[in-house]
Design a protein around this ligand. Structure first.
Ligand code: SF4
Length: 446
């Protein structure tokens, strides 16, 4: 069970030494109870308190990763039911199904489509993250062949091996155990042997049962067999069941600290109708699925799903930001224009997109405004003449440009005189108010 602030306080040294950055031990205890601080911050806590608090402060949804290398994915670690309480931590994994009844060409095509699915959206790389190879044939030989084919075509894509047939599961896991796959398919009929395979090959086990009671009994049994890492499937397949079961699962884990359901959830969204599949997938992402299995790759669907997932897993309390620096657009020469804007991601991508459209090579100075847009940053005192001048001086851009001219957004025309005062030798030009005016503005100067 999660401990209250007062219960945690009783385990702390109670010296109010402030080394943890909090004014009192009680204040620190309250932060620990809200999962907003880490116990490591207190250097004087006893080993016994560490043990008790460590168990109590473990995330209610177990952290699990699969795959290796840059494309490996993390799941779980969630601590809240609603995104306005605290950011959701690890975005849902999209996994494309490959059936071992497909032809080699079909399997290879899906693997290649998964590899090609990556897109860049507001500075983040988004993709179909994994492939679920299913033993639809129930033939161990076919399954083994499918796993080899997919693994060869998409060597760094994390895999989920789906089979309830222990012989097929064992053969397939052995081939790709070093890639840390998930072995999905443990149920009441095969739990002992599947647990043994997962333990031998040190892989996460996917556990399925009909309903949450049966599922929690099964995860307890499998944990008793020595398997700690599981992903769980309550058998929900309709949208209504997915919503109900995933919500009950997350609530039991978070509110009751019910360990038997404190694992990442795998949801199967495959539908014949792509629109329906997209709808069920978005529902699953919004309602707590750590893995969503899909049946088809379509670019329009990818864009919709990636966007929905990115929005749900963005911290609502922190605006999306890009790095403060001078960005080159095209191949600017020393006499090319130099513009400045703020580091709110949306602002950056809209402005840089319009500059690219103009085909006029430019330098774009992006200043840290804590992720605020131009007008908001100006109103909040984060995009002022002094700060702009300091940024330009410290950036060293003066040595790269021929004309010391800085183009500022039209919305902050009021700053032009003050910037010129604080940047001796520089000329400040007021650009358009809206980014869509940039192509005409830049072309008129070219
Ligand atoms: Fe209390 Fe530890 Fe913080 Fe010191 S560092 S105030 S002992 S919690």
């Amino acid at each position: 069970m999660a401990l209250s602030g007062v219960e945690i306080f009783k385990l702390l040294p109670k010296t109010n030494c402030k080394k943890c950055g909090h004014p009192t031990c009680l204040a620190f205890a309250m932060k620990l109870a809200q999962r907003q601080a880490s116990l490591d911050l207190c250097p004087d806590v006893s080993e016994e308190a560490k043990r008790v608090l460590g168990e109590a402060s473990a995330p209610p949804v177990r952290p699990i990763s699969f795959g290796v290398g840059a494309k490996s994915v993390k799941m779980g670690e969630e601590t809240v039911l609603f995104r306005h309480e605290k950011k959701f931590v690890n975005p849902s994994v999209f996994a494309m199904e490959v059936k071992d009844t497909m032809s080699d060409d079909e399997m290879a095509n899906v693997a290649v489509a998964v590899m090609d699915s990556e897109m860049d959206r507001v500075g983040q790389k988004l993709r179909i993250d994994a492939i679920l190879v299913s033993n639809a044939s129930n033939d161990p030989g076919r399954f083994e062949h499918a796993v080899k084919t997919v693994s060869a075509k998409a060597p760094d894509v994390p895999l989920i091996l789906s089979s309830g047939n222990p012989a097929a599961a064992e053969a397939a896991v052995r081939i790709v155990a070093d890639k840390k796959p998930i072995l999905y398919g443990a149920d009441e009929s095969n739990a002992d042997v599947m647990a043994s395979i997962a333990k031998t090959h040190k892989v996460t086990l996917g556990v399925t049962a009909k309903g949450l009671d049966a599922l929690s009994a099964l995860t307890e049994k499998i944990r008793g067999l020595g398997v700690e890492n599981m992903v769980i499937d309550s058998g929900a397949r309709s949208a209504k069941e997915i919503l109900e079961n995933n919500t009950l699962t997350r609530r039991a884990a978070i509110k009751k600290n019910f360990k038997a359901l404190g694992y990442p959830v795998i949801t199967f969204a495959q539908r014949d109708d792509s629109m329906l599949e997209a709808l069920v997938t978005v529902l699953s992402v919004a309602k707590y699925a750590s893995i969503v299995v899909l049946s088809k790759i379509e670019k329009w669907k990818n864009l919709a799903l990636f966007t929905a997932r990115q929005n749900i897993y963005t911290d609502p309390q922190v605006p999306m930001q890009v790095e403060q620096k001078i960005y080159k657009i095209g191949e600017p020469a020393p006499e090319s224009p130099l513009m400045i804007t703020t580091n709110f991601s949306l602002t950056y991508f809209i402005v840089s997109g319009e500059v690219e459209n103009s085909r006029v090579p430019c330098r774009l100075a992006v200043m840290d405004s804590e992720g605020l847009s131009v007008l908001t940053a100006w109103a909040a005192g984060k995009f002022t003449a002094s700060k702009i001048a300091q940024f330009i001086q410290e950036s060293g851009i003066e040595n790269e440009v021929k004309n010391k001219e800085l183009i500022i957004p039209g919305y902050v025309a009021i700053l032009s005189g003050a910037i010129e005062e604080k940047l001796p030798g520089w000329k400040v030009t007021v650009g358009p108010r809206e980014a869509n005016g940039l192509p005409a503005f830049l072309k008129s100067r070219a």
